[in-house]
Design a protein around this ligand. Structure first.
Ligand code: SAH
Length: 361
């Protein structure tokens, strides 16, 4: 599979920084064009669809950016049952999605046993790849879930700056510090397709940090890479009145903008040509009209339509104003397919495994 066309661009640290700082429209048009060209040659015109199922909004963590944090008393908590998740799986199949993503806060009730049972039931009844996005977990648990049939795992490292990460994502206990990069390496050893990513414009994220994030995507040879803008949530310390204490000075802080997200998407495609890269919901939240389409034309090849029942979806409030909050799963499916066709692309068929993963087999 690997040949000249699939070689990652040898972008230097300085070149990456130059692109991130570039505001010249004609120059940026060249970047979009290059990213779209590499996307088309390396992963093709199919847009893979993943049914996102938000199986619980309980969380034991205290992340400064996320509305699911345990201190958020205003959030009504829910946990889907196995039967409800299986119904979502049947919708995903009906709408032609190749995989189901099970995402949640770190909810102790979705434990080794219950998730294994759920994964087994999905794999037995439906032809779907199963992706887990259930936060940091002990080795044994990741192993048991993989043995139950889970194919992929998404765990964003959020920022490659270790001290910033620790500040915004305090460890559960001082004696249990799980390094997300180590977690990803472990998942790879266990045979998962591994997905990661960062928030763009996270308060405290410097330009150098973002360059390091991009270089780390390449170093880890990620199979999937999700990047989206940081969106302040007033129910978190990073959305509170004194949130400015997290940010750097104006010249040092990366802005959490739509344009910056496209730049990161495009550079990610050049650095990791074979990876699956979604146009994320956070991007669609900043630009509901054409964010997804522009993402798909600037490097992305995946969309993750939500299949969570609407009553639960409203409560999975990581950040406010999330795109597509009130549309039913069926409406989302129809809308997404129309949008994909309108830009001359086609909905993917099959499970949509990462070409990066397949190239490594
Ligand atoms: N508990 C899981 C799933 C978290 S939600 C985990 O920690 O991996 C999935 C992603 O949403 C996170 O990885 C984070 O990058 C993103 N996210 C959280 N809060 C956000 C915010 N305020 N703005 C934008 N993205 C956010």
């Amino acid at each position: 599979m690997e040949n000249e066309t699939h070689k990652a661009w040898k972008l230097s640290r300085e070149e990456i920084l130059g692109w991130l700082r570039c505001d010249d429209e004609a120059e940026l048009a060249r970047l979009w064009e290059k990213a779209d060209d590499v996307r088309s040659r390396c992963v093709g015109d199919e847009v893979h669809l993943r049914g996102l199922t938000e199986i619980s909004n309980y969380c034991q963590r205290s992340c400064a950016y996320c509305g699911l944090r345990k201190q958020n008393d205003a959030l009504e908590r829910y946990r889907m049952t196995e039967a409800e998740v299986l119904e979502c799986a049947s919708f995903a199949v009906e709408y032609g999605y190749g995989s189901l993503v099970l995402q949640a806060g770190e909810d102790a009730a979705w434990d080794a046993k219950s998730v294994s049972s759920l994964v087994r039931a999905i794999k037995k009844n439906y032809s779907l790849a199963v992706t887990l996005s259930l936060g940091e977990q002990p080795r044994e648990v990741l192993k048991v879930w993989r043995e139950a049939g889970a194919d992929r795992y998404l765990l964003r490292f959020e920022t490659s700056n270790k001290s910033l990460f620790k500040r915004v994502h305090p460890p559960l206990r001082d004696d249990v510090v799980r390094d997300r990069v180590e977690q990803l390496k472990l998942m790879r050893m266990l045979g998962y397709e591994i997905g990661s990513g960062v928030m763009i414009g996270l308060p405290g994220q410097s330009w150098d940090d973002l360059v390091n994030d991009l270089l780390l995507f390449r170093e880890l040879e990620l199979d999937m890479i999700g990047v989206g803008p940081f969106i302040a949530n007033p129910a978190t310390p990073m959305g509170a009145d004194d949130a400015s204490r997290f940010a750097l000075s104006d010249s040092e802080q990366v802005p959490a903008t739509e344009l910056m997200t496209y730049k990161v998407l495009a550079l990610t495609r050049l650095l990791c040509p074979l990876a699956n890269i979604p146009a994320t919901t956070a991007l669609a939240t900043l630009n509901p009209t054409s964010g997804r389409e522009l993402g798909l034309r600037r490097g992305a090849n995946v969309i993750m339509p939500n299949v969570t029942p609407v009553n639960w979806r409203m409560r999975y409030e990581i950040y406010p104003g999330k795109a597509c909050l009130t549309e039913s799963a069926r409406q989302c499916a129809a809308c997404i397919v129309t949008r994909i066709k309108a830009i001359g692309r086609k909905p993917g068929t099959g499970e949509g495994a990462s070409p990066a993963y397949l190239a490594r087999l």
